[in-house]
Write a protein that binds this ligand. Structure first.
Ligand SMILES: Cc1cc2nc3c(=O)[nH]c(=O)nc-3n(C[C@H](O)[C@H](O)[C@H](O)COP(=O)(O)OP(=O)(O)OC[C@H]3O[C@@H](n4cnc5c(N)ncnc54)[C@H](O)[C@@H]3O)c2cc1C
Length: 410
């Protein structure tokens, strides 16, 4: 399984003597200069970035103050109390959840300067070019090639299941740069401008009717070396930073009590006494307790994250989120009966980012939840991570980690 991600370099973490009071004072200055009630939300997020209040532990000039990460919640609380718009996770989920921490830890100064501000405001959406038709769970087996050509790399290959590629300006790309090395060693990570010639995005339709993800064909795409991330051959370690953050982003997102499907189930249960059979009562209570336990466990994971970096516990959160969301959306559909099956539209639709699509019938959420146990690492793979890194059980035997990638039978 993946190596432990490298530590955050010293310039991205405090302490620089910044205190909670300093952060309160900065929030005061920000909202005095840009009234959240009258400033356009995207513009406000830009001002928030410039004030160092996007990610307080990032370096000054990069959306942060070099403050201890644990002080982020002070900024969030003060800004929420002032009526400021929150970061738009619905518009740029992969950017905020995965690209930003990867850029912070592994990016060059130029990359941080170019990429972080528009990522934070949502002006530039991100996607993740990792999975391939023959390399999903076995990500290190991927075949997309990047060959050095002067000050650039020529990238050729096919990616699949690329969420939001049709909206994305930038991609996190993992590509093979040395096929003669064992599969984990010959990989390099790049940030790729999706508007470059040779990038072709084709929609893939899901069970929901939506084409949220895509196939992406890369044909002789010339990626400048300045957009290489970390050293050539170090792509596996970099991708682990992305994947660890992905599991926390999917599984341990901050949520109030009764957020999501469990809120809808609880509301139906309260509003419709005619539905209350003893068997269903038991299931509703179990689902509620499961959701609340997961929510509180996620609080612990976020505290751990505030203290440093995401650990393998993020895999457990992602795995239990998938199970709970699938169980709860099934229960919601059962409670809503025929009404829940009234599906709005079976035409293929490209997803709009930013939460503009509104609420849908439970049937949509039931179908979408099927992907939860696949996206961001399948449940089977996450069980392997937990067995290996949390429970420290013996690893699965593998015979393909020492062979040059070229010699692995395919
Ligand atoms: C909604 C959705 C969005 C996605 N978005 C993106 C995206 O934006 N970017 C991106 O790069 N990818 C994305 N993916 C792809 C996702 O990461 C892969 O589908 C996933 O990693 C599984 O890979 P695979 O589909 O190739 O399945 P496979 O790896 O072929 O697995 C098939 C089955 O075999 C099991 N299996 C495989 N290896 C083992 C093992 N060693 N032990 C036990 N069981 C095993 C798996 O668990 C699974 O059940 C998305 C997927 C979904 C569903």
């Amino acid at each position: 399984m993946p190596d432990t991600p490298p530590d955050t370099p010293p310039d991205t973490l405090g302490p620089t003597g910044v205190t909670a009071d300093d952060i309160r004072a900065r929030v005061g200055g920000l909202v005095a200069a840009h009234d959240p009630a009258t400033t356009d939300p995207v513009e406000f997020l830009g001002h928030r970035f410039d004030a160092g209040l996007a990610w307080v532990h990032f370096p000054p000039g990069r959306g942060g103050l070099g403050a201890p990460r644990a002080l982020q919640h002070v900024a969030e609380q003060e800004l929420a109390a002032a009526g400021a718009p929150p970061p738009n996770n619905l518009r740029n989920p992969l950017g905020l959840g995965m690209a930003a921490p990867t850029i912070a830890v592994h990016g060059t100064d130029e990359q941080r300067t170019r990429l972080l501000r528009p990522l934070w405001t949502g002006a530039e959406v991100w996607c993740q070019l990792f999975s391939e038709p023959g390399a999903g769970s076995d990500l290190a087996g991927l075949a997309t090639r990047a060959v050095r050509d002067g000050d650039a790399w020529i990238v050729t290959g096919q990616k699949v299941w690329t969420s939001f590629a049709h909206k994305a300006r930038w991609a996190m790309l993992l590509a093979r740069t040395d096929p003669d090395l064992p599969k984990h060693q010959g990989l390099t990570y790049f940030f790729v401008d999706m508007t470059l010639p040779g990038v072709e995005v084709r929609p893939l339709r899901q069970a929901t009717g939506q084409a949220e993800f895509n196939e992406v064909f890369l044909t002789d795409v010339r990626v400048p070396d300045t957009m290489r991330v970390d050293e050539p051959g170090n792509g596996w370690a970099v991708s682990n930073t992305t994947l660890m953050n992905e599991r926390v982003a999917i599984g341990a997102a901050e949520a109030p009590r009764e957020a999501g499907a469990i809120g809808a189930v609880a509301a139906l249960w309260r509003e419709r006494p005619d539905l209350r059979t003893p068997g269903l009562h038991d299931r509703v209570v179990r689902a509620w307790v499961d959701a609340e336990v997961a929510r509180l466990a996620n609080e612990r994971i976020r505290q751990q994250l505030a203290a440093g970096k995401p650990g393998p516990e993020g895999s457990a959160a992602k795995m239990s989120y998938a199970r709970i969301n699938q169980d709860t959306t099934r229960l919601w559909l059962e409670l809503a009966a025929e009404e829940g099956l009234a599906y709005d539209d079976w035409e293929m639709r490209r997803i709009e980012l930013g939460g503009t699509e509104g609420e849908r019938a439970p049937g949509y959420y039931y179908l979408r939840a099927k992907g939860n146990s696949i996206e961001g690492g399948t449940t089977e793979i996450l069980r392997g991570v937990i067995a290996d890194r949390v429970l420290e059980l013996p690893r699965e035997p593998r015979n393909d980690t020492k062979l040059p990638w070229m010699e692995i039978p395919r």
